[in-house]
Design a protein around this ligand. Structure first.
Ligand SMILES: NC(=O)c1ccc[n+]([C@@H]2O[C@H](COP(=O)([O-])OP(=O)(O)OC[C@H]3O[C@@H](n4cnc5c(N)ncnc54)[C@H](O)[C@@H]3O)[C@@H](O)[C@H]2O)c1
Ligand SMILES: [Fe+2]
Length: 372
């Protein structure tokens, strides 16, 4: 854990608007900036309600695949030709594609030239992000994840040029998120906060955002899952997702995300569901090394930690209370794949190197078996 005097750089979109009805400000922003050819990247659910954007003219790429892959990105970039501003309208899948489209359109380069850290060229077009799930926090971040179908791994691309000019977080947009997606995305937001909070590079500034996010999820996630029309709960979760996004920037996630990635890339589990299945196990695996922080996480989520067993049982019960089946076997994961998945997860050093405990391939396989 870093001391208070450790240097930290935080980057945000220059304009972040939060609150019910803020979507109505998008049109004026587009007009003021002089954009004439907006290109909207929307997932299937949001493509049904493009009128909410209030724009007079625009084109839309509505074929966003949940957990998008490189071919899906390439389709979106081709469709964006000639635009002057990209607008991400959807969950993390749409927003991540929007980020990459914005740095690839009208440039003499392809995804392979910019993937990984800090290789993208300055954008030639504007970028606005409007999240419609309360999960990824992608709207305020510099990273985007797409799956490489050849290796079945998530390729993380990061660049300051992928930071939006404008993020509009309008919690009313999340009211239509189905219960199951609400649970999954809410756990994702919480996992961003928890993993940053317990990371080896956790920082006191970010710790505060992390704890606020975890407390909001503890207070509101079950409420929103049980009653999607609970506006206060939806707003609390939109804020938690934003705080999670703040945590991702300078600190980022650790073992929870790394161990859950193969569930999404190899077996197509939704990102948040994969996070939920793994979260109790990595929280418990780290508990002995970061006991005070783990106790705070447990308390904020409504249970008391203590022993590894108590942490594991409490976190699992928390996820189950959201209606999630917490067995890998119930999600179509073949047992024969666990060893290969463990090797793949272990190779995600960009995350695992910051986990408070060094997890071996065998440790990760044991987590999969315990979660099976
Ligand atoms: N950039 C980052 O920092 C970051 C962080 C975490 C996750 N991610 C990535 O984000 C993706 C997951 O994003 P997600 O969890 O938001 O899911 P998602 O974007 O895949 O959306 C999940 C489903 O919810 C639907 N949906 C979205 N908004 C809706 C609404 N308001 N009403 C009804 N349905 C709605 C979508 O159409 C989709 O079917 C993954 O690819 C993951 O890797 C990125
Ligand atoms: Fe995530």
């Amino acid at each position: 854990m870093l001391p208070l005097t450790s240097p930290l750089e935080m980057q945000f979109p220059p304009v972040v608007r939060f609150g019910d009805g803020t979507i109505k400000t998008l049109k004026d922003w587009v007009v003021q900036k002089g954009y004439k050819a907006p290109f909207v990247v929307a997932d299937a659910a949001n493509a049904q309600r493009l009128d909410l954007l209030g724009l007079d003219t625009f084109t839309c790429f509505s074929d966003v695949v949940p957990e998008p892959d490189i071919p899906n990105l390439k389709q979106a970039v081709a469709a964006a030709e000639g635009c002057d501003v990209v607008i991400g309208f959807g969950g993390g899948s749409a927003m991540d594609l929007a980020k990459l489209v914005a740095v690839l359109v009208s440039q003499d380069c392809v995804f392979e030239d910019i993937s990984g850290p800090h290789r993208a060229l300055p954008r030639k077009v504007g970028l606005a992000q409007l999240p419609t799930t309360a999960g990824t926090g992608s709207e305020v971040g510099t990273r985007a994840l797409v799956t490489d179908p050849a290796t079945l791994s998530k390729v993380a691309t990061e660049s300051v040029h992928m930071l939006a000019d404008l993020a509009i977080i309008d919690p009313a947009l999340t009211m239509t998120v189905p219960s199951r997606v609400t649970a999954a995305t809410g756990v994702d937001a919480m996992a961003h906060c928890v993993e940053a909070f317990t990371s080896k590079r956790s920082h006191p500034i970010i710790d505060n955002y992390a704890m606020m996010g975890i407390e909001l999820v503890g207070r509101y996630l079950k409420r929103a899952v049980d009653d999607g029309s609970d506006a206060e709960a939806r707003t609390g979760l939109a804020l938690a997702a934003f705080y999670g996004g703040v945590c991702l920037g300078p600190v980022n996630t650790t073992s929870g995300h790394a161990v859950s990635y193969p569930l999404g890339t190899r077996h197509k589990l939704a990102h948040g569901v994969a996070n939920a299945l793994i979260f109790p196990h990595t929280l418990a695996a780290n508990a002995a090394v970061v006991p005070e922080k783990t106790a705070k996480v447990c308390h904020a989520l409504g249970f008391e930690g203590g022993s590894n067993e108590a942490v594991l049982a409490g976190a699992r019960a928390f996820c189950e209370s959201l209606g999630l089946d917490m067995h890998l076997s119930a999600h179509g994961i073949p047992e024969s794949d666990l060893a290969e998945m463990a090797k793949e997860a272990h190779a995600i050093r960009r995350l695992l190197d910051w986990n408070p405990v060094d997890l071996s391939v065998d440790d990760i396989e044991a987590i999969y078996r315990a979660a099976y």
